[in-house]
Design a protein around this ligand. Structure first.
Ligand code: NAD
Length: 477
């Protein structure tokens, strides 16, 4: 179903994110017939470029990142016709009147801030100063949304001077992933799981986001951030919220976000010995973390594992173990709900299998429930644990393994005016309020991360973090 006609301005329209994600994603939506034919995309960035040159830039981005066979022949031209470009300076006067001339009145106006957060306030100010927005206009802001509570509050204040909260779409692309939404469907669309979804039946929950890549060319930026700021405060926190939240009364943006916020506010302060920080070592020709960021004394973590408690009626006593890192063994994102052992097994030790519900975000998006059955054959009552598997690709056919990238899905939500999968300002602030004391503690103590082998599952101490609780991490595969 096509969305309403729109003018989407991408500030930072020549940047890496626009090239790899936003523009190819829009192209796929165009091919799918979701982007209306009279929609327009206006790249706005520094540097001289004509609209014709921008179309070439977009064509190259689509060729490289658009996905194979996404579109019928000839459709690319139709897409490129929707593209315009204006040279603009977020901090000056250049280009703003050109943008005013280009924008149409009778369509949804959306402004994607695909630039560093230091420009968010400038852009917001100039958009209103030049009369480019009305009460129905939307802005989309990228991560990082601040680097601590103070900076996040300042950003929220800067944006609030010009926009209502219902106009601000803070992107966390993890929320645009198919499986993440499926997590809500599974939890709240079935009778089966929710009665067991609490500390009485759930032993613990693991959330893993493992990457194989190192910091690459982003070393300088990453070293000022680290895994806690770059991944935990936003992506892992969002996953934790969706797993742990109470059922909202309806699937409505504020009802969902109210419940997520309550989870963040119920998080326990984390004590230092429940956290393991790591930095990867050199391997083969690949540099170590410290080499990659060009600081032999860097104390920034490229890996973090932590044990987190939630002090509320539902979860008190059930630990959540989070871990994320770079240069790990496999690229894998997974949430695993590990249920408790049976109170009593009528099969003796043979029956001591646990149920585990695994929600895989990547690769092979899907949901698997480990159930205990009888081993086939005449060997007596021997039991085994097998996966009851719902791989989206298998269950729903090739189209079921939805190829829609998170970004394109979220952009369409912006045009539809649906904020459910975007972070509200108070959520972001609450998340920083929780991570700030942890980070300040490291700084005050001069905490030095442990090292770990590139290509491994992380520091040995992370294994011990669970071993102390007689638990083990799921293998990173
Ligand atoms: P980039 O450096 O590749 O591109 C920056 C863009 O901003 C360019 O188009 C540049 O012309 C424009 N720009 C810079 N200063 C400007 C000014 N004063 N006025 C107008 N335009 C200006 O950056 P990127 O990697 O595309 O990242 C953009 C934003 O998205 C950042 O906030 C980044 O943290 C975030 N982000 C990027 C990625 C990614 O994969 N690249 C992922 C998540 C979030």
């Amino acid at each position: 179903i096509p969305v309403d006609p729109f003018d989407l301005v991408i500030f930072g329209g020549t940047g890496d994110l626009a090239r790899r994600k936003i523009l190819p994603g829009l192209f796929r939506r165009f091919c799918a017939g979701q982007m209306p034919k009279d929609a327009r995309v206006i790249g706005a960035a520094r540097g001289d470029m004509s609209s014709a040159e921008y179309r070439e830039f977009v064509a190259e981005a689509v060729a490289e990142f658009g996905g194979e066979g996404a579109c019928e022949d000839g459709t690319l031209d139709g897409f490129l016709e929707r593209m315009e470009f204006v040279t603009i300076d977020a901090r000056g006067d250049t280009g703003w009147t050109d943008l005013v001339t280009l924008m149409r009145d009778d369509v949804v106006r959306a402004f994607y801030f695909s630039v560093g957060p230091s420009l968010f306030g400038d852009l917001a100010e100039r958009l209103t100063k030049h009369g480019l927005t009305d009460a129905d206009s939307r802005i989309v802001v990228e991560k990082p949304f601040g680097r601590d509570l103070d900076t996040a509050q300042a950003l929220n204040r800067d944006l609030a001077k010009h926009f209502d909260e219902r106009q601000i779409y803070r992107i966390d692309h993890y929320l645009g992933k198919e499986t993440v939404q499926n997590l809500m469907a599974v939890r709240f669309g079935n009778m089966l799981f929710e009665p067991l979804w609490n500390s009485q039946y759930v032993d613990h929950i693991q959330i893993t986001v493992a990457e194989t890549v190192g910091v690459g060319g982003r070393g300088e930026y990453y070293d000022k951030s680290g895994a806690m700021r770059d991944m935990v405060q936003n992506h892992l926190m969002q996953l934790l919220c969706l797993i742990a939240m109470e059922p909202p009364s309806k699937f409505d943006p504020d009802a969902v976000r109210d419940e997520k916020l309550k989870v963040i506010r119920a998080l326990d302060a984390v004590v230092p010995h429940h956290i393991v920080r790591g930095q990867y070592e050199a391997e083969g020709g690949d540099p170590s973390y410290r080499e990659a960021v060009g600081d032999a004394r860097s104390r920034t973590e490229s890996y973090i594992a932590m044990k987190v408690g939630i002090s509320n009626w539902r979860w008190a006593g059930t630990p959540f173990y989070l871990r994320t890192g770079k240069r790990l063994k496999a690229r894998s994102s997974e949430i695993v709900v590990v249920f408790k052992e049976l109170n009593h097994s009528i099969f003796g030790e043979a029956g001591e299998h646990r149920n585990e519900l695994s929600i895989r975000l990547q690769p092979n998006e899907g949901i698997t429930l480990g159930v205990t059955i009888k081993e086939p054959g005449p060997g007596g009552m021997r039991l085994m644990n097998v996966p009851l598997d719902m791989s989206f690709a298998e269950a729903l056919g090739p189209d079921g393994a939805d190829q829609t990238d998170a970004y394109e899905r979220l952009i369409m939500d912006v045009i539809r005016g649906n904020q459910t999968l975007f972070m509200r300002g108070d959520e972001v602030e609450a998340a920083w309020a929780w991570t700030d004391p942890i980070i300040h503690g490291w700084e005050a103590r001069g905490d030095v991360p442990k090292t770990y082998d590139a290509g491994s599952e992380g520091p040995v101490d992370a294994v011990q973090l669970l071993a102390r609780d007689t638990r083990v991490w799921r293998k990173v595969t």
